[in-house]
Design a protein around this ligand. Structure first.
Ligand code: SAM
Ligand code: SF4
Ligand code: SF4
Length: 337
Protein backbone atom coordinates (compact mmCIF):
# COMPACT_ATOMS: atom_id res chain seq x y z
CA UNK A 1 0.00 0.00 0.00
CA UNK A 2 1.43 3.46 -0.86
CA UNK A 3 2.11 5.59 2.21
CA UNK A 4 -0.61 7.94 3.34
CA UNK A 5 0.48 11.44 2.43
CA UNK A 6 -0.89 14.89 3.12
CA UNK A 7 -1.47 17.74 0.68
CA UNK A 8 2.21 18.64 0.77
CA UNK A 9 3.15 15.00 0.08
CA UNK A 10 4.35 14.40 3.63
CA UNK A 11 3.88 10.80 4.81
CA UNK A 12 2.39 9.90 8.19
CA UNK A 13 5.29 8.13 9.91
CA UNK A 14 5.56 9.19 13.53
CA UNK A 15 3.06 9.38 16.32
CA UNK A 16 3.74 11.28 19.53
CA UNK A 17 1.43 10.42 22.34
CA UNK A 18 1.10 12.70 25.33
CA UNK A 19 -0.01 10.35 28.10
CA UNK A 20 -0.72 13.01 30.71
CA UNK A 21 -1.03 16.77 31.00
CA UNK A 22 0.51 16.65 34.49
CA UNK A 23 4.12 17.29 35.33
CA UNK A 24 6.24 17.57 38.46
CA UNK A 25 8.32 20.41 36.92
CA UNK A 26 7.19 23.92 36.09
CA UNK A 27 9.65 24.82 33.33
CA UNK A 28 9.42 28.52 32.62
CA UNK A 29 9.15 27.97 28.87
CA UNK A 30 6.43 25.31 29.15
CA UNK A 31 4.31 25.45 32.33
CA UNK A 32 5.06 28.74 34.06
CA UNK A 33 4.07 28.52 37.73
CA UNK A 34 2.06 31.75 37.66
CA UNK A 35 -0.41 30.05 35.31
CA UNK A 36 -0.02 26.40 36.26
CA UNK A 37 -0.14 26.86 40.02
CA UNK A 38 -1.98 24.82 42.64
CA UNK A 39 -5.37 26.11 41.47
CA UNK A 40 -4.88 24.94 37.89
CA UNK A 41 -7.34 22.21 36.86
CA UNK A 42 -5.66 19.36 35.03
CA UNK A 43 -7.73 16.79 33.17
CA UNK A 44 -9.80 14.49 35.37
CA UNK A 45 -8.89 10.83 35.08
CA UNK A 46 -12.00 9.85 33.12
CA UNK A 47 -11.06 12.33 30.40
CA UNK A 48 -7.70 10.69 29.72
CA UNK A 49 -7.53 8.02 27.08
CA UNK A 50 -7.19 4.65 28.78
CA UNK A 51 -4.25 2.41 27.88
CA UNK A 52 -6.70 0.23 25.93
CA UNK A 53 -7.87 3.22 23.92
CA UNK A 54 -4.31 4.38 23.24
CA UNK A 55 -3.33 0.88 22.14
CA UNK A 56 -6.34 0.66 19.86
CA UNK A 57 -5.33 3.93 18.22
CA UNK A 58 -1.74 2.65 18.05
CA UNK A 59 -2.93 -0.29 15.92
CA UNK A 60 -4.95 2.00 13.66
CA UNK A 61 -2.04 4.42 13.18
CA UNK A 62 0.34 1.53 12.49
CA UNK A 63 -2.09 0.35 9.80
CA UNK A 64 -1.85 3.82 8.28
CA UNK A 65 1.94 3.66 8.11
CA UNK A 66 3.20 4.90 11.48
CA UNK A 67 6.42 3.12 12.47
CA UNK A 68 7.62 5.13 15.43
CA UNK A 69 5.77 6.03 18.59
CA UNK A 70 7.11 8.41 21.21
CA UNK A 71 5.49 8.74 24.62
CA UNK A 72 5.65 12.19 26.11
CA UNK A 73 3.55 14.58 28.13
CA UNK A 74 3.49 16.46 30.57
CA UNK A 75 5.82 14.08 32.25
CA UNK A 76 5.09 10.57 30.92
CA UNK A 77 6.55 8.87 33.98
CA UNK A 78 3.97 10.44 36.29
CA UNK A 79 1.30 8.32 34.58
CA UNK A 80 0.99 5.17 36.65
CA UNK A 81 1.77 1.91 34.92
CA UNK A 82 3.09 3.52 31.74
CA UNK A 83 5.36 0.45 31.37
CA UNK A 84 2.24 -1.60 30.62
CA UNK A 85 1.36 0.80 27.83
CA UNK A 86 4.90 0.60 26.44
CA UNK A 87 4.60 -3.18 26.32
CA UNK A 88 1.26 -3.03 24.49
CA UNK A 89 2.52 -0.52 21.94
CA UNK A 90 5.81 -2.32 21.35
CA UNK A 91 3.83 -5.44 20.37
CA UNK A 92 1.90 -3.73 17.60
CA UNK A 93 2.83 -5.15 14.18
CA UNK A 94 4.55 -2.45 12.10
CA UNK A 95 5.76 -0.41 15.07
CA UNK A 96 9.55 -0.52 14.89
CA UNK A 97 10.30 1.73 17.80
CA UNK A 98 8.68 2.97 20.99
CA UNK A 99 10.62 5.81 22.62
CA UNK A 100 10.01 8.32 25.39
CA UNK A 101 10.86 11.90 26.21
CA UNK A 102 11.18 12.55 29.94
CA UNK A 103 12.56 15.08 32.37
CA UNK A 104 14.32 12.15 34.05
CA UNK A 105 13.16 13.01 37.56
CA UNK A 106 11.38 9.67 38.04
CA UNK A 107 13.72 7.52 35.98
CA UNK A 108 15.21 5.32 38.68
CA UNK A 109 17.45 2.34 37.97
CA UNK A 110 14.49 0.04 38.53
CA UNK A 111 12.12 2.01 36.29
CA UNK A 112 14.68 2.23 33.48
CA UNK A 113 15.02 -1.56 33.53
CA UNK A 114 11.26 -2.08 33.61
CA UNK A 115 10.80 0.23 30.64
CA UNK A 116 13.51 -1.54 28.70
CA UNK A 117 12.01 -4.94 29.51
CA UNK A 118 8.63 -3.66 28.39
CA UNK A 119 10.10 -2.89 24.97
CA UNK A 120 11.10 0.76 25.15
CA UNK A 121 13.97 1.31 22.73
CA UNK A 122 15.30 4.73 23.61
CA UNK A 123 14.82 7.74 25.82
CA UNK A 124 15.38 11.41 25.34
CA UNK A 125 16.13 13.14 28.63
CA UNK A 126 15.64 16.88 28.93
CA UNK A 127 18.33 18.86 30.71
CA UNK A 128 18.84 22.58 30.20
CA UNK A 129 21.91 23.28 32.31
CA UNK A 130 24.63 21.65 34.39
CA UNK A 131 24.48 24.46 36.85
CA UNK A 132 22.03 23.88 39.71
CA UNK A 133 20.94 27.47 40.13
CA UNK A 134 20.26 27.92 36.40
CA UNK A 135 18.53 24.55 36.15
CA UNK A 136 16.38 25.37 39.15
CA UNK A 137 15.42 28.76 37.73
CA UNK A 138 14.19 26.83 34.69
CA UNK A 139 12.48 23.84 36.30
CA UNK A 140 11.15 26.06 39.10
CA UNK A 141 10.74 23.19 41.56
CA UNK A 142 14.31 23.13 42.92
CA UNK A 143 15.16 19.91 41.11
CA UNK A 144 18.93 19.23 41.14
CA UNK A 145 21.06 18.52 38.05
CA UNK A 146 22.71 15.50 39.63
CA UNK A 147 19.46 13.52 39.74
CA UNK A 148 18.95 14.03 36.00
CA UNK A 149 22.52 12.97 35.30
CA UNK A 150 21.87 9.85 37.37
CA UNK A 151 18.73 9.17 35.34
CA UNK A 152 20.79 9.38 32.15
CA UNK A 153 23.21 6.83 33.63
CA UNK A 154 20.33 4.53 34.58
CA UNK A 155 18.91 4.76 31.08
CA UNK A 156 22.30 3.97 29.61
CA UNK A 157 22.87 1.02 31.93
CA UNK A 158 19.44 -0.35 31.02
CA UNK A 159 20.33 -0.23 27.31
CA UNK A 160 18.05 2.66 26.32
CA UNK A 161 20.79 4.09 24.12
CA UNK A 162 21.85 6.10 22.26
CA UNK A 163 20.36 8.63 24.64
CA UNK A 164 19.43 12.05 23.39
CA UNK A 165 19.67 15.02 25.71
CA UNK A 166 17.30 17.90 24.94
CA UNK A 167 18.47 21.37 25.93
CA UNK A 168 16.09 24.25 25.24
CA UNK A 169 18.19 27.40 24.92
CA UNK A 170 16.66 30.63 26.17
CA UNK A 171 18.69 33.80 25.77
CA UNK A 172 19.81 35.36 29.01
CA UNK A 173 18.75 32.27 30.95
CA UNK A 174 20.98 29.36 29.91
CA UNK A 175 22.90 30.42 26.79
CA UNK A 176 26.05 30.48 28.89
CA UNK A 177 25.61 26.69 29.23
CA UNK A 178 25.83 25.89 25.51
CA UNK A 179 29.56 25.15 25.63
CA UNK A 180 29.70 23.45 29.08
CA UNK A 181 26.88 21.11 28.01
CA UNK A 182 28.77 20.21 24.83
CA UNK A 183 31.92 19.59 26.85
CA UNK A 184 30.09 17.38 29.33
CA UNK A 185 28.40 15.16 26.74
CA UNK A 186 31.32 14.83 24.32
CA UNK A 187 32.78 11.33 24.40
CA UNK A 188 29.74 9.89 26.24
CA UNK A 189 27.92 8.46 23.22
CA UNK A 190 24.86 10.55 24.19
CA UNK A 191 23.60 13.02 21.60
CA UNK A 192 23.08 16.52 22.90
CA UNK A 193 20.36 18.35 20.99
CA UNK A 194 20.01 22.08 21.30
CA UNK A 195 16.45 23.27 20.79
CA UNK A 196 15.53 26.79 19.80
CA UNK A 197 13.02 28.18 22.25
CA UNK A 198 9.64 28.01 20.47
CA UNK A 199 6.38 29.95 20.61
CA UNK A 200 4.37 26.85 21.46
CA UNK A 201 1.15 27.72 23.26
CA UNK A 202 0.69 31.20 24.65
CA UNK A 203 1.45 30.73 28.36
CA UNK A 204 5.21 31.20 28.13
CA UNK A 205 5.07 34.79 26.82
CA UNK A 206 7.51 33.91 24.01
CA UNK A 207 9.51 36.72 22.39
CA UNK A 208 11.76 36.38 19.37
CA UNK A 209 14.52 38.14 21.32
CA UNK A 210 14.65 35.16 23.71
CA UNK A 211 15.61 32.77 20.90
CA UNK A 212 19.25 31.87 20.36
CA UNK A 213 19.34 30.93 16.67
CA UNK A 214 20.97 27.71 15.50
CA UNK A 215 23.87 29.42 13.73
CA UNK A 216 24.92 31.06 16.99
CA UNK A 217 24.82 27.74 18.84
CA UNK A 218 26.86 25.96 16.16
CA UNK A 219 29.37 28.82 16.12
CA UNK A 220 29.75 28.72 19.91
CA UNK A 221 30.39 24.97 19.98
CA UNK A 222 32.59 24.81 16.90
CA UNK A 223 34.79 27.63 18.22
CA UNK A 224 35.92 25.08 20.82
CA UNK A 225 35.61 21.84 18.89
CA UNK A 226 35.22 22.05 15.10
CA UNK A 227 32.08 20.43 13.72
CA UNK A 228 31.16 18.94 10.35
CA UNK A 229 27.55 18.67 9.15
CA UNK A 230 26.18 15.14 8.79
CA UNK A 231 23.37 14.05 6.47
CA UNK A 232 20.05 13.26 8.19
CA UNK A 233 19.26 9.60 8.79
CA UNK A 234 15.79 10.01 7.34
CA UNK A 235 13.81 12.80 5.71
CA UNK A 236 11.50 13.21 8.72
CA UNK A 237 14.33 13.90 11.19
CA UNK A 238 13.95 17.32 12.74
CA UNK A 239 17.45 17.83 14.09
CA UNK A 240 20.30 19.08 11.91
CA UNK A 241 23.24 16.82 12.80
CA UNK A 242 26.86 17.81 13.34
CA UNK A 243 29.83 15.59 14.14
CA UNK A 244 32.87 16.64 16.14
CA UNK A 245 35.87 16.56 13.85
CA UNK A 246 37.96 15.03 16.64
CA UNK A 247 35.67 11.99 16.87
CA UNK A 248 34.01 12.92 20.19
CA UNK A 249 30.50 12.16 18.91
CA UNK A 250 27.71 14.28 17.52
CA UNK A 251 25.22 16.99 18.41
CA UNK A 252 21.87 18.00 16.95
CA UNK A 253 20.18 21.36 16.53
CA UNK A 254 16.42 21.77 16.32
CA UNK A 255 15.95 25.10 14.63
CA UNK A 256 12.19 25.37 14.41
CA UNK A 257 12.36 29.16 14.49
CA UNK A 258 15.42 30.13 12.43
CA UNK A 259 15.35 27.27 9.89
CA UNK A 260 11.95 25.59 9.90
CA UNK A 261 11.65 22.03 8.63
CA UNK A 262 7.90 21.72 7.94
CA UNK A 263 8.58 20.35 4.45
CA UNK A 264 9.56 17.02 6.00
CA UNK A 265 7.22 16.96 8.98
CA UNK A 266 5.73 13.49 9.22
CA UNK A 267 4.42 13.67 12.78
CA UNK A 268 0.97 13.33 14.20
CA UNK A 269 0.35 14.15 17.84
CA UNK A 270 -2.22 12.79 20.23
CA UNK A 271 -3.17 14.69 23.36
CA UNK A 272 -3.96 12.95 26.69
CA UNK A 273 -7.71 13.32 26.08
CA UNK A 274 -7.46 11.89 22.59
CA UNK A 275 -7.34 14.91 20.33
CA UNK A 276 -5.33 14.54 17.17
CA UNK A 277 -3.07 17.47 16.26
CA UNK A 278 -1.38 17.85 12.91
CA UNK A 279 1.13 20.41 14.14
CA UNK A 280 2.87 21.42 17.35
CA UNK A 281 1.27 24.81 16.88
CA UNK A 282 -2.24 23.48 16.34
CA UNK A 283 -5.26 25.18 17.83
CA UNK A 284 -7.84 22.60 18.79
CA UNK A 285 -7.22 19.18 17.27
CA UNK A 286 -9.70 16.49 16.26
CA UNK A 287 -11.60 14.58 18.90
CA UNK A 288 -10.74 10.90 18.32
CA UNK A 289 -11.91 9.91 21.80
CA UNK A 290 -15.49 10.76 20.83
CA UNK A 291 -15.21 8.24 17.99
CA UNK A 292 -13.73 5.53 20.21
CA UNK A 293 -16.27 6.04 22.96
CA UNK A 294 -19.09 6.54 20.47
CA UNK A 295 -18.80 2.93 19.30
CA UNK A 296 -17.15 3.51 15.92
CA UNK A 297 -15.37 0.54 14.38
CA UNK A 298 -11.61 0.54 13.76
CA UNK A 299 -12.31 0.88 10.04
CA UNK A 300 -14.44 3.95 10.63
CA UNK A 301 -11.85 5.57 12.92
CA UNK A 302 -9.14 4.75 10.43
CA UNK A 303 -11.16 6.37 7.66
CA UNK A 304 -11.54 9.56 9.68
CA UNK A 305 -7.79 9.77 10.43
CA UNK A 306 -7.03 9.09 6.79
CA UNK A 307 -9.27 11.97 5.71
CA UNK A 308 -7.76 14.29 8.31
CA UNK A 309 -4.18 13.48 7.27
CA UNK A 310 -4.81 13.72 3.54
CA UNK A 311 -6.28 17.19 4.08
CA UNK A 312 -3.27 18.36 6.13
CA UNK A 313 -1.47 21.39 4.80
CA UNK A 314 -0.25 23.08 7.95
CA UNK A 315 3.33 24.39 8.07
CA UNK A 316 3.23 26.85 10.91
CA UNK A 317 6.94 27.48 11.40
CA UNK A 318 7.49 28.24 7.74
CA UNK A 319 4.69 30.80 7.89
CA UNK A 320 5.44 32.23 11.35
CA UNK A 321 4.95 35.97 11.51
CA UNK A 322 4.72 38.46 14.32
CA UNK A 323 0.91 38.30 14.19
CA UNK A 324 0.75 34.47 14.36
CA UNK A 325 2.79 34.26 17.54
CA UNK A 326 0.01 35.43 19.85
CA UNK A 327 -2.77 33.32 18.26
CA UNK A 328 -4.45 30.78 20.53
CA UNK A 329 -2.47 27.52 20.33
CA UNK A 330 -2.32 24.28 22.23
CA UNK A 331 0.16 24.29 25.13
CA UNK A 332 3.31 22.17 24.83
CA UNK A 333 2.56 20.02 27.89
CA UNK A 334 -0.66 18.85 26.21
CA UNK A 335 1.03 17.54 23.09
CA UNK A 336 4.51 16.92 24.31
CA UNK A 337 6.96 18.54 21.90
N1 SAM B 1 8.25 16.37 30.40
C1 SAM B 1 9.04 15.74 29.42
C2 SAM B 1 10.33 16.50 29.19
O1 SAM B 1 10.44 17.64 29.61
O2 SAM B 1 11.22 15.91 28.58
C3 SAM B 1 8.31 15.54 28.10
C4 SAM B 1 7.43 16.64 27.62
S1 SAM B 1 8.27 18.16 27.19
C5 SAM B 1 6.92 19.18 26.69
C6 SAM B 1 9.09 17.70 25.67
C7 SAM B 1 10.23 18.58 25.25
O3 SAM B 1 9.73 19.85 24.87
C8 SAM B 1 11.27 18.85 26.33
O4 SAM B 1 12.56 18.52 25.88
C9 SAM B 1 11.14 20.32 26.59
O5 SAM B 1 12.34 20.89 27.00
C10 SAM B 1 10.66 20.84 25.25
N2 SAM B 1 9.97 22.13 25.32
C11 SAM B 1 8.96 22.49 26.14
N3 SAM B 1 8.57 23.75 25.89
C12 SAM B 1 9.34 24.19 24.87
C13 SAM B 1 9.41 25.42 24.14
N4 SAM B 1 8.61 26.45 24.41
N5 SAM B 1 10.32 25.52 23.15
C14 SAM B 1 11.14 24.48 22.85
N6 SAM B 1 11.10 23.30 23.49
C15 SAM B 1 10.22 23.16 24.50
FE1 SF4 C 1 7.22 19.38 32.46
FE2 SF4 C 1 8.59 18.73 30.31
FE3 SF4 C 1 7.06 20.93 30.33
FE4 SF4 C 1 9.25 20.90 31.78
S1 SF4 C 1 9.14 20.75 29.57
S2 SF4 C 1 7.23 21.58 32.46
S3 SF4 C 1 9.37 18.81 32.39
S4 SF4 C 1 6.34 18.87 30.47
FE1 SF4 D 1 5.62 20.15 11.77
FE2 SF4 D 1 4.09 22.17 12.56
FE3 SF4 D 1 6.62 21.98 13.42
FE4 SF4 D 1 6.09 22.63 10.87
S1 SF4 D 1 5.58 23.82 12.67
S2 SF4 D 1 7.62 21.13 11.61
S3 SF4 D 1 4.25 21.37 10.49
S4 SF4 D 1 4.96 20.54 13.87
Amino acid sequence: MPPLTDRLKRPLEDLRISVTDRCNFRCVYCMPKEIFGTAFQFLPRQDLLTFEEITRLGHIFADLGVQKIRLTGGEPLVRKGVETLVAELARIPGIKEVAMTTNGSLLTQERAKELRNAGLKRVTVSLDSLNDSTFQIINDVDFPVLRVLEAIDHAHAAGLSPIKINMVVKRGVNDQDIVPMAEHFRHTGHILRYIEYMDVGTANGWRLDDVVPAFEIVAAVSAHWPLDPVAPERAGDVAARFRYRDGAGEIGIISSVSQPFCTNCSRARLSPEGRLYLCLFGQSGYDLRALLRGGKTDTAVRGVIERIWTGRQVRYSEERRQDTVGLPKVEMFRIGG
